[in-house]
Design a protein around this ligand. Structure first.
Ligand code: ZN
Length: 312
């Protein structure tokens, strides 16, 4: 089967890389799994966070531009990263965030139990109580006790003034399952294994114009198991008339990119080879890793990047 297996990674824009690193490792307790550069613009870092090895389904990544201004949410934009926590960790996180002076809201209703917060750049985050995530072990070695760590992406929320075109694209082209729906909100599911995830489409009224800024999500990548499955999707999207890129070598995975009809940039990425391809598991994130084609420019690239000290 060539089905998409949920979210692979989510990439967002940040401002100060040091603040970003501090928040995701010291507050949220994710593992810093890779320090590299934007492969298309090597004077910007590409920072990867995730579980013990940055498995697909757990990887949140950032392009930090130190001077980036904050934006506002507009239609056709991914708005919120939703993480899974085990239900027994709900109160732990409330106490932890309060103790660390992080602002948050609690939402408890028939539909969900969630803690909503923002990162230092205003990126909206949600910690969702998710019984399914109990099957996934927590990372031992971070700032958060393993029984309470964030396990994976629960999903992502997308905002639209009108989501009809995206709705048919997700169900008819991407083969996502419609889980629930109402006039203002649709939930789709994708994937069969424990790293399956959801996409929530929500209707909003905005007059804002979409632009990349600190705190905004740049793209959402979805998982395929390997190269053959990726080719299948590249062909399928082309046959259906969607503009899709050639295959980009990202060293840790291979990628194709396209814009869904509502305007959000999507990527389809292979599960492998993963972050241990150029660094041992125990040393993930400890050195600046560059793709082979930039190695000869390492000195100049390092000189242009701001210093980023790793405390773990
Ligand atoms: Zn990506």
């Amino acid at each position: 089967m060539n089905n998409i297996n949920g979210i692979h990674h989510i990439t967002a824009i940040a401002s100060d890389p040091a603040e970003n690193l501090k928040f995701y490792t010291e507050i949220l307790g994710l593992r810093f799994v890779k320090k590299t550069v934007n492969f298309d613009t090597p004077d910007v870092y590409h920072l990867y966070y995730g579980d013990s090895e940055g498995r697909p389904g757990t990887a949140l990544t950032f392009f930090p531009f130190p001077d980036a201004a904050r934006g506002s949410i507009s239609s056709g934009e991914a708005s919120t990263v939703i993480f899974s926590i085990v239900p027994g960790s709900f109160n732990f996180w409330i106490e932890r965030l309060a103790g660390l002076a992080v602002n948050f809201n609690i939402v408890e209703n028939e539909e969900k139990r969630a803690i909503q917060l923002s990162d230092p750049d205003g990126l909206r985050l949600e910690l969702r109580s998710d019984p399914d995530s109990e099957a996934i072990p927590g990372w031992r070695g971070g700032a958060v006790n393993p029984e309470h760590t964030i396990r994976k992406f629960y999903g992502v929320k997308l905002f639209y003034s009108d989501f009809a075109a995206t709705e048919s694209f997700l169900s008819e082209i991407m083969n996502f399952r419609k889980i629930s729906g109402s006039a203002g909100k649709l939930v789709f599911g994708s994937g069969e294994d424990e790293y399956r995830s959801v996409i929530e489409l929500e209707k909003i009224q905005t007059s804002g114009r979409k632009r990349s800024s600190a705190g905004s999500i740049h793209h959402i990548a979805f998982r395929v198991s390997g190269d053959d499955e990726q080719l299948f999707w590249q062909n399928r999207l082309r046959e259906e008339g969607y503009g899709v890129t050639g295959i980009a070598e990202r060293c840790y995975f291979r990628s194709i990119y396209f814009r869904e009809p509502g305007g959000v940039l999507f990527e389809i990425a292979t599960d492998g080879p993963g972050f241990t391809v150029d660094e041992d598991l125990e040393n993930l994130g400890s050195a600046l890793k560059l793709p082979p084609w930039y190695e000869s420019n390492r000195e100049a690239i390092e000189a242009r990047l701001p210093e980023l000290k790793i405390s773990n």
